[in-house]
Ligand binder design. Structure first.
Ligand code: PLP
Length: 383
């Protein structure tokens, strides 16, 4: 398309090594992994097992704890709905940050609506960080589950999981963690005993769309949403999509060895872009703290400068997002920006820029020029 793609928090391009492997398996590994009576089935099963191993290694989990799904949305629904269905307590007491992804917020809301769950909102700081003191007082008052994402999809803030896990352990609660933005970008380990569940998504980490996973400590603590052939430890029945599962595994294998160097080079570009934009454009703010943040994420607001007008000027040359890609069809301001109280005069002028490992310096320099020219020209019109 000849455009600069800077929306890597919405989705990432396929790593060419992943693509080659997926194509190879599409052509060759067409057996059903449940067909144990011939070599085609055996090969499909071995391919899934290899992928499961790669995901487990990257996530610091056991191979037996990994369950494949269609993505993070399904994984989150399966665990939250499945846990509530099996729980003997009513309502299940859940602590949730207001800036979780809609896959969490909407699932929890649906369960609240059915009077199966009660929610204790967890406070956040203006930087978008979790207020740890408030978490402790919420835990002291009694929570069955704490839901805390590892990294935020809009403002990139990374949450201190080991502190959260220690607190959960201390008060006998368990952590549910949406780690779809962080796996393969920030080190992650499922080992802590207070970890209950984590969700991952391949298309956020240079893998294919339509595949993700959950890792789960105790499969007996959740009820399946679907019933059928018993695949994936009876938690997610249905014939496995072997090629894309293999692609997910390959994406994990690659990032296991490359994520730290990728992250350093992406961060250098992100930090340069912040300096460049802020030196050209007055009245710009960065949303979300910069010290604990995904290296490629930049969420910026330009005072009094509608982002719809900025996007209209740049959309044929550069792909960025006005807010969360998952909700960009909806006109209301992002719930995340509202939650961190971005001032009214800034909130409509927000862009989310997601730099990925395939972006070049040349693209970043060009993007800085395109964005700053567009912002300044919209400003002239509205002031
Ligand atoms: N959670 C977060 C933090 C996300 O960014 C996304 C994707 O936008 C999801 C969940 C949903 O993931 P999937 O597209 O795999 O269902």
């Amino acid at each position: 398309m000849g455009m600069i793609y800077l929306d890597n928090n919405a989705s990432t391009p396929l790593d060419p090594r992943v693509r080659s492997l997926v194509v190879w398996h599409l052509e060759n590994t067409f057996g059903n992994a449940s067909s144990s009576d011939h070599a085609y089935g055996d090969e499909a099963r071995r391919t899934i097992d290899r992928a499961r191993n790669e995901i487990a290694q990257l996530a610091g989990a056991k191979r037996s704890q990994v369950v494949f799904t269609s993505g993070a949305t399904e994984a989150i629904n399966l665990v939250l709905q499945g846990y509530v269905a099996r729980s003997k307590h009513r309502p299940v007491r859940v602590g949730v940050m207001p800036l979780e992804h809609k896959a969490v917020i909407e699932t929890v809301d649906a369960l609240v609506h059915r009077e199966l769950v009660s929610v204790r909102p967890l406070e956040i700081t203006p930087d978008g960080q979790l207020n740890i003191d408030d978490l402790e007082s919420a835990l002291r008052s009694g929570l069955d589950l704490v839901i805390c994402m590892h990294a935020n999809n809009e403002i990139g803030v990374v949450y201190p999981l080991s502190e959260v896990l220690d607190l959960c352990g201390k008060y006998g609660s368990r952590l549910v963690c949406d780690a779809s933005q962080s796996l393969g970008k920030v080190p992650f380990s499922f080992e802590h005993e207070a970890f209950f569940f984590a969700a991952f998504s391949a298309h956020k980490m240079y893998g294919p769309k339509g595949v993700g996973a959950l890792v789960l400590k105790d499969p007996d603590s959740i009820e399946p949403l679907l019933f059928g052939g018993g695949q994936e430890r009876k938690l997610r029945p249905g014939t496995e999509n072997v090629p894309i599962i293999a692609g997910f595994g390959e994406a994990c294998r690659i990032l296991h060895s490359e994520m730290l160097t990728d992250s350093e080079s992406v961060k250098e570009k992100r930090d340069w872009l912040i300096n460049e934009l802020s030196s050209i454009i007055p009245e710009m703010r960065v949303n979300g703290g910069l010290d604990r943040r995904l290296s490629g994420n930049l969420n910026v607001s330009f005072r009094g400068t509608p982002s719809s007008a900025i996007i209209a000027r740049i959309r044929d040359r550069i792909a960025v997002s006005r807010g969360s890609a998952c909700s960009s069809g909806v006109e209301s301001p992002s719930h995340v920006l509202r939650a961190i109280k971005v001032p009214d005069e800034y909130i409509d002028g927000t862009l989310r820029i997601g730099i990925g490992k395939f972006n070049t310096w040349e693209e970043i320099r060009e993007a800085a020029q395109i964005i700053s020219e567009a912002v300044l020209s919209v400003r002239k019109l509205v002031t």
